[in-house]
Design a protein around this ligand. Structure first.
Ligand code: FES
Length: 159
């Protein structure tokens, strides 16, 4: 499947080193991250050493070389959320799922990230779990959400 996808992506490029970043972006858009063997194929295609592809992928924060967790937990760190306690919520979630911001759990269950604004400032502070936004969050609610509590999508939906 990856080979097929790469073939499709490569078909719209000429295979020059200038195309490296757009190709990485397109591959990541499709796969969610940049697997090592895929980076090797990309290196061959654009004619650069594999080490160059790895260094570009690790230099830019937009690229991920590890898969994302099944549940992508995003804590909003926008102004409205920050003022209303986002740092404490982030801290509580970090403690509860044993991850730091930017990390993915080994079992690929969770990825914890922060985002600039989820777009629901009236409900601040907010978190998002995959596509579900949970507003008016508190550290206590966050703790409960990630301990299960019969709600395995990790969030109350905001309307
Ligand atoms: S600042 Fe958090 S939703 Fe806008």
């Amino acid at each position: 499947m990856e080979a097929e996808l790469l073939e499709q992506i490569f078909a719209s490029y000429e295979g020059t080193r200038n195309e490296l970043v757009p190709i990485l972006q397109e591959v990541q858009e499709n796969l969610g991250y940049l697997p090592e063997e895929v980076m090797q194929d990309i290196a061959r295609f654009v004619g650069v050493p594999e080490s160059h592809v790895y260094s570009v992928a690790s230099f830019y924060a937009q690229f991920r070389t590890m898969p994302l967790g099944k549940k992508r937990v995003a804590v909003c760190r926008g102004t409205a959320c920050h003022i209303r306690g986002a740092p404490q919520i982030l801290h509580e979630i970090e403690e509860t799922i044993h991850l730091k911001e930017g990390e993915t759990s080994e079992d690929l269950e969770y990825t914890l990230e922060t985002v600039a604004c989820i777009g629901c400032c009236a409900l601040a502070p907010c978190i998002r779990v995959n596509k579900d936004v949970a507003g008016e969050m508190t550290p206590e609610k966050a703790k409960k959400l990630f301990y299960g509590d019969g709600n395995d999508n990790g969030g109350d939906r905001a309307e």
